[in-house]
Design a protein around this ligand. Structure first.
Ligand code: SF4
Length: 356
């Protein structure tokens, strides 16, 4: 569920979010209507409320939204319920509300522990605010906490990044995501012609993987690292091609073989013209997408699923390519799954190209 509001726009951000809160009440009304209309009977074992910044919601709203979701969807007891928050708006009251509503996972936008870099990135918080929020959430019983880090920010050095990863991975977190900076059109970084040094990013990534592993954070997807048993159940669904319903502005859904897309136009969303696209995905496309997403994960792709769901006998269809990749040590087959080796994570695009 998407909450498309932020206090201000970060320099690198290309997400669908706005700092114009004048539409918030109408947006909430339309979101409640969408939840009602799209409610389902099937059991739902993960909920993810992201943004934007869910922690900017007015007091009482996050609890109400989750209550409303429970009324309209069959959310299992024990479901993983994640809320994203930014340290500058993640107040004690917000955390209490989350806890009372059954939120059991918090995803905090940290990005860096270096206040100078946070200012460069246009973040509104400093490191101290993050730490306060982390310990406040732990104190309220939310123990499954994730932090996001960006690698390749302007003025960030390899040494600086290593120091950040060492520091952050020593905190009582269960999950860390690291994203390489991309400079996309429409962002302040793009307008200011901020450059990206991909070689330096690769070095940072490589160093980060090692430091994280030494501190017990194991890579289970290219950008995601978790203590054992704390892999994000929700994100894993995207990579495993499980169905999901996206609610809110610009949200995407994948269910019943269809991909649907909500409008990114706030005026249309508010008047109830929510859906902007719906397509039946061709089998070939589904198959390629599954291979691409699943190979990014530690557990790789389920060869039986590929056969039963997408009619693809990969071991036959790509026999010579798989042999070559196995001889090179780039992939292995283990328990009916084809997995990329740790070394192959650096050349994943080439491996995927061989298999689709
Ligand atoms: S807080 Fe997140 S969604 Fe909001 S502007 Fe910054 S990066 Fe974008």
């Amino acid at each position: 569920m998407h909450i498309p509001y932020c206090k201000s726009k970060c320099g690198y951000c290309s997400f669908c979010s706005s700092d114009d809160f004048s539409t918030l009440k109408l947006y909430s009304d339309s979101l409640y209507n969408e939840i009602c209309e799209r409610g389902r009977e099937e059991a739902c074992d993960t909920v993810y409320i992201g943004g934007g910044t869910p922690s900017v919601l007015p007091r009482g709203e996050i609890g109400k939204l989750i209550w409303f979701l429970r009324e309209n969807f069959n959310i299992e007891s024990g479901a993983e319920i994640t809320v994203e928050a930014n340290p500058d708006t993640c107040t004690d009251e917000f955390l209490y509300e989350c806890r009372r509503a059954g939120v059991n996972r918090l995803s905090l936008g940290l990005q860096s522990d270096d206040d100078r870099l946070l200012r460069v990135a246009g973040r509104r918080h400093n490191y101290a605010a993050f730490e306060k929020c982390l310990y406040s959430a732990l104190g309220k019983g939310i123990e499954n906490i994730s932090a996001d880090l960006i690698l390749g920010l302007p003025f960030q050095t390899l040494k600086g990044f290593e120091k950040t990863v060492k520091h952050v991975s020593s905190l009582p977190l269960k999950h860390i995501s690291t994203y390489a900076l991309k400079v996309e059109e429409g962002t302040e970084f793009y307008d200011n012609e901020v450059g990206v040094d991909e070689d330096l990013q690769a070095e940072m990534y490589s160093a980060g993987v090692e430091i994280l592993a030494n501190n017990g954070f194991l890579r289970y997807e290219v950008s995601n690292f978790a203590k054992i048993g704390f892999e994000s159940r929700h994100n894993s669904k995207y990579w495993n091609h499980s169905p999901y319903i996206g609610l809110g502005l610009a949200a995407h859904s994948f269910a019943d073989g269809y991909r649907t897309e909500n409008t990114a136009n706030m005026s249309l969303y508010i008047i109830g013209k929510r859906e902007s696209g719906r397509e039946k995905i061709p089998l070939q496309e589904l198959r390629e997408e599954y291979i691409m997403l699943a190979l990014r994960t530690r557990d790789g792709m389920d060869l039986n699923l590929l056969k039963s769901a997408y009619g693809c006998d990969l071991l036959k269809e790509k026999a010579s390519e798989i042999k070559m990749l196995r001889d090179l040590g780039a992939v292995k087959i283990d328990g009916g799954r084809l997995k990329a080796s740790p070394e192959a994570f650096y050349i994943l695009d080439s491996v995927i190209l061989k298999l689709i």
